[in-house]
Design a protein around this ligand. Structure first.
Ligand SMILES: [Zn+2]
Length: 394
């Protein structure tokens, strides 16, 4: 390994069930399956990207294949790490464990290859294990071919499937698998994990920096490590990773800066809000990231209001805040399609701050309108401010 750079997600890939990040329930369920020798022919792991599906598949392979330091162990939830099987897995050289990426091998011939080879007994371990990643990508004929083997698999064969899109897998396949969902990892678990990895790498990761990375990663361990890796590269001197480095790397603004924008919006200070936006954009912030941050910030404010927590915007009713939130949501498509997202962002800020100046935004609605027709209410609000053009703002 000397001299070769290994990415963090690979370097710190968990090797035992107990090391899986934020998947305690899954680890417990798998442990119980293995320890009670209730091992199905096929496992299916589903969940968002980067949440640990293939890592879990590899750990499970290890558990099913470990021979124990004495060479006599049965399947175990705590693989020994020293037997021939464990060592071969560590080197990615286990002859009985085969990994396929269904995204690149989708055809029936690829599956036939698996079926043909599955007839032969394992060489090193007790099972032949086929890990098929992104299994939803298989063609219809490939699924049909696989189904025949899944119906009557040889005793020595185990399948481990992983997918981000379980709804694309035929019911006939699903019904023959033991299905496990991997949940997006919580921000607090990610934050804690990022801290421990930074320490092991010899860096200090500020609390706010790790919270920002965790939030940005959307529950994906892999994404969080990849952001941390970039931040480490940008913080070489004092070995301290600040939230400023992380935020500027992500093209965003600090929580305080976003709070200031939101304060101006909710105080109906349109000019103030726009000048803060200009300041952020001139510092290199990405309009999309700012848009998302304002959305998050407004959402948190709504949650605070619902919980009756103190906040500087108490004069706004929950209903008003919800209307503003919906107005902002309506701009998502415009942001995505805009040639100049900065203009759409500015226009959204103007619409929000003008709307926030109304005592009761709900008054814009037609009296007899049912709550389900919020779309029409939004149309009315947006029509009301349709006259606003970006060049008038500037
Ligand atoms: Zn072992």
């Amino acid at each position: 390994m000397s001299g070769q750079y290994v990415v963090l997600s690979r370097k710190y890939r968990p090797k035992v069930l107990g090391d899986l990040i934020g998947q305690e329930m899954l680890a417990k369920a798998l442990k119980s399956c293995i320890d009670n020798s209730k091992i199905p022919h096929a496992f299916l792991f589903h969940g968002i990207r980067g949440v640990g599906k293939t890592t879990t598949a590899r750990i499970l392979s290890r558990c099913l294949s470990c021979l124990g330091s004495d060479g006599l162990t049965n399947t175990t939830s705590q693989p020994c790490g020293v037997c021939r099987s464990c060592l071969a897995i560590d080197r990615d050289q286990h002859m009985d464990i085969m990994e396929f990426d269904a995204a690149s091998r989708t055809g029936v011939d690829d599956i036939r290859e698996i079926i043909d080879s599955s007839q032969y007994a394992p060489i090193l371990g007790r099972y032949k294990i086929y890990i098929i990643d992104e299994i939803h990508m298989l063609s219809k004929s490939a699924f049909n071919a696989l189904l025949k083997t899944l119906e009557e698999p040889p005793q020595h064969v185990k399948f481990i499937f992983a997918t981000t899109e379980i709804h694309k897998i035929p019911e006939t396949i699903l019904s023959r698998c033991m299905i496990f969902q991997l949940k997006p990892v919580s921000n607090s678990s990610l934050s804690e994990y990022l801290n421990s990895i930074s320490e092991r790498e010899g860096y200090i990761l500020e609390q706010s920096a790790r919270d920002t990375i965790a939030e940005e990663s959307g529950g994906s361990v892999r994404d969080s490590l990849s952001i941390l890796e970039q931040a480490i590269m940008l913080s070489p001197d004092d070995k301290r990773i600040t939230s400023e480095v992380v935020i500027s790397m992500l093209g965003g603004a600090t929580n305080q800066e976003i709070e200031e924008v939101l304060l101006s919006i909710l105080s109906a200070d349109t000019k103030g809000a726009l000048s803060k936006m200009e300041e952020l954009i001139s510092k290199g912030a990405d309009p999309f990231v700012i848009y998302k941050s304002i959305q998050n910030s407004l959402y948190k404010l709504i949650v605070k209001s619902v919980n009756g927590e103190e906040n500087p915007h108490n004069h706004h009713s929950i209903q008003n805040l919800l209307y503003l939130w919906q107005i902002l949501l309506r701009q998502t498509e415009n942001m995505n399609n805009a040639e100049n997202p900065e203009h759409v962002l500015n226009a959204a800020v103007v619409i929000l701050s003008i709307t926030a100046s109304l005592q009761n935004i709900g008054d814009l609605s037609i009296k007899d309108e049912s709550p389900s027709s919020n779309g029409q209410v939004m149309d009315k609000i947006l029509r009301k401010f349709d006259g606003i053009r970006v060049n008038e703002i500037e």
